[in-house]
Design a binder for this molecule. Structure first.
Ligand code: SF4
Ligand code: SF4
Length: 385
């Protein structure tokens, strides 16, 4: 609670012309008994700031009200260490948005001063927190593509990185990826994951410390001063880090996909399964249907768009053409969401000869050992099989 208070009213920026300054000061001085109340026509000038400073020092004030402009301006000017400062925004919130010299505008300004007087009576100047042994190291949890990229980019920007991976080797999901979606211009060709190259780059970077076969045991502290305990094969190592990137990967969401025959028919597989087959060079199907928004954008399942599977499908239509040129791809979609530069990738997917059918899936069944799909066909009308 501020015990010695002061009130400083600025009449500059048109405040003195639009409001009754004496009546405003009276609110603080008479109603709230603030012992020191002063007015100035240019409070943010060197002279105005000196007036406040001198009064604060003379009366040993611990809480002051500055009634003038928004606290979003002049924050650096009205800074008095150890003193609680509350700003009353008479300029932007009163006279700039309400009629000048008007009873209601005056009432609004007086009420704002009343609120500030209450606030200053109840408040205390905050004690600044001084952190010790602050760290600029970035802890990255997860050594897959995202984690490796985060560690490398942090190191390149001059910040030491600590990379923790629970498996015995880095790579994560990238270990089973045949190709990634393009990450550079012209955004038309799937890329080699270059896992060995990425790992070699990390190992050669003295600014990155890698713990494999390790898990995070505990994290305590706060930004700039997190204390992490890393358990690597039973021995615990402590690292002080400033920031933490969680890149712990993802799993295909296969819940509630039985309506598409997943789990019922062996040949209904996920993108991840397709990728493993491609990596093993084992794509035998002659016709491959890609069902978009499987469980997504559906109020009964996942209401949102993952923003990832469209470009993953486009990539796999291109991979299919590469590994099984005689095979035909069909893409059943609601919309193709391949935003930004990935529009070029969409075109590359279309150029494989894949057939794109817009509509909701009606049924998937097995007929004579083969899968049959019935879908709406919004663009051509009727149903597609
Ligand atoms: S900018 Fe603020 S403090 Fe400076 S004269 Fe205008 S209202 Fe007063
Ligand atoms: S629109 Fe494309 S990216 Fe979005 S959920 Fe459907 S398939 Fe996935």
């Amino acid at each position: 609670m501020a015990k010695k208070q002061g009130f400083f009213l600025c009449t500059g920026c048109g405040i003195g012309e639009a409001l009754d300054a004496a009546a405003l000061t009276k609110v603080a001085a008479k109603e709230y008994k603030v012992p020191t109340c002063k007015e100035h026509s240019y409070l943010c000038s060197a002279e105005g700031v000196e007036l406040i400073k001198a009064a604060v020092e003379e009366k040993d004030m611990d809480g002051i009200i500055i009634a003038g402009c928004s606290n979003r301006v002049n924050a650096d000017v009205f800074k008095f260490p150890g003193v609680l400062v509350d700003r009353v925004n008479l300029r932007e919130q009163c006279i700039w948005v309400h009629e000048a010299d008007d009873e209601d505008t005056q009432m609004l300004a007086e009420d704002q001063i009343r609120m500030s007087c209450e606030k200053i009576k109840a408040g205390v100047a905050p004690e600044p927190f001084v952190g010790e042994n602050l760290s600029k190291t970035v802890l990255v949890v997860g050594g897959g593509l995202a984690g490796m990229t985060a560690a490398l980019e942090a190191a390149k920007a001059g910040y030491p990185a600590v990379l923790v991976e629970k498996e015995a080797a880095l790579g994560g999901w990238l270990n089973s990826v045949y190709k990634t979606t393009p990450m550079a211009s012209p955004f038309t060709t799937p890329e080699d994951p270059n896992l060995a190259g990425r790992i070699a780059e990390i190992e050669a970077n003295a600014n990155i410390k890698v713990y494999t076969g390790a898990v995070i045991e505990k994290i305590a502290g706060g930004p700039g001063m997190f204390d992490a305990e890393i358990n690597q094969g039973g021995s615990v190592v402590a690292e002080r880090v400033g920031a933490i990137v969680l890149a712990t990967g993802s799993k295909p969401n296969i819940a509630k996909l039985d309506y598409l025959g997943y789990g019922k028919y062996a040949n209904v597989i996920t993108h991840a399964d397709f990728e493993a087959m491609a990596k093993a060079g084992n794509i035998g199907a002659k016709k491959v249907a890609f069902i978009q928004c499987a469980g997504s954008r559906d109020a009964e399942r996942l209401a949102y768009c993952s923003a990832a599977c469209c470009i993953e499908t486009l990539k796999q239509t291109i991979i299919l053409k590469e590994l099984a040129p005689e095979a035909q791809a069909y893409v059943f979609y609601k919309d193709i969401r391949s935003s930004g530069q990935y529009e070029h990738f969409y075109k590359a997917g279309q150029d494989t000869g894949a057939v794109f059918i817009k509509g909701d899936i009606k049924e998937i069944k097995e007929v004579g050992g083969k899968l049959a799909i019935e879908s709406e066909d919004i663009l051509l009308g009727g149903n597609a099989w």
